[in-house]
Ligand binder design. Structure first.
Ligand code: AMP
Length: 284
């Protein structure tokens, strides 16, 4: 049986209140739809760990820049509802834009400082303001015990965790591992934009991250040399344009110079107008 779909905050809250009344804990999986096995793994984790699983599907306009892909972002609703059914969601929250941002909305959540201004924060000005605002709104609308995020968007989940700490939001943030295609490409709703040729070459992101891991495993501790090796792989990939490739601290997302403990290799690459990101935790 497909789960009920709530289009309004009032209906959402009613569904959650009924579950609470039955003594259930509540899990939230926030998504922008175009669901794939990565999202499915988040829903499965919520299914295992909480009694009532809410999946939100909302293409949040405020996290897209003026020249980004908001208007063409995929919205395969029937497939999404089928996946939610298969994965065992108990309620799907599918609001219209003006349900989330009624006219006159003028309050924003801004995470300041280096965590929000580096990497994605540099490449996508305003992106994290949109993310933090919509995530706090969703947490306030649902009131979950646990919210599930993917390691695929490593900086996003660090930022959300920081916001939850800073604003005393009563929720546990759970981070789920990145789900990949057999060739290593991280699943992403944006992969459908890739031409067959770009799709083949997009494996370069994972190849670069693996090369970083291999170098560190072989004893390399100089982050700059690891970054150079990652950049070289992208440079010799047809159609790939590097945005960034870096070795950063897992928590602060700031560049490290010497790799002394667990770090994150992060990468962002464009193929035509499609921008892909990925990351890998590396332990020396
Ligand atoms: P999105 O719909 O792209 O906004 O993603 C919704 C959630 O799914 C975010 O927490 C993402 O980090 C997570 N996610 C996206 N892709 C993957 C993946 N390949 N593996 C695991 N989680 C993912």
């Amino acid at each position: 049986m497909p789960p009920p779909v709530a289009a309004t905050v009032a209906d959402l809250r009613l569904g959650v209140a009924q579950a609470r009344h039955r003594g259930m804990t509540v899990g939230l999986v926030p998504t922008m739809g175009a669901l794939h096995a990565g999202h499915e793994s988040l829903i499965a984790a919520a299914r295992r760990e909480t009694g009532f699983v809410v999946v939100s599907i909302f293409v949040n306009p405020t996290q897209f820049g003026p020249h980004e892909d908001l208007s063409r972002y995929p919205r395969p609703l029937d497939n999404d509802l089928a996946l939610c059914t298969r994965a065992g969601a108990d309620l799907v929250f599918l609001p219209a834009v003006d349900e989330v941002y009624p006219s006159g909305s003028c309050t924003w959540v801004v995470v300041e400082g280096p965590l929000a201004s580096t990497l994605e924060g540099t490449s996508r000005p305003g992106h994290f303001r949109g993310v933090a605002t919509v995530v706090l709104k969703l947490l306030n609308m649902v009131g979950p015990d646990v919210a599930y995020f993917g390691q695929k968007d490593a900086q996003q989940v660090r930022l959300v965790s920081q916001m939850v700490r800073d604003l005393n939001v009563p929720v546990t943030i759970r981070i789920c591992p990145t789900v990949r295609e057999p060739d290593g490409l991280a699943l992403s709703s944006r992969n459908v934009y890739l031409t067959p040729e770009q799709r083949k070459n997009a494996v370069a992101l994972h190849a670069a991250l693996q090369q970083a891991q291999a170098l560190v495993a072989a004893g390399e501790r100089d982050a700059a040399r690891v970054e150079t090796a990652m950049k070289e792989i992208i440079a010799r990939t047809p159609g790939a344009v590097l945005d960034y490739a870096a070795v950063v601290d897992n928590e602060t997302m700031q560049s490290v110079s010497i790799i002394e403990r667990e770090v994150l290799a992060v990468i962002a690459v464009r193929f035509g107008s499609t921008r892909l990101i990925d990351n890998l935790t590396i332990t020396p």
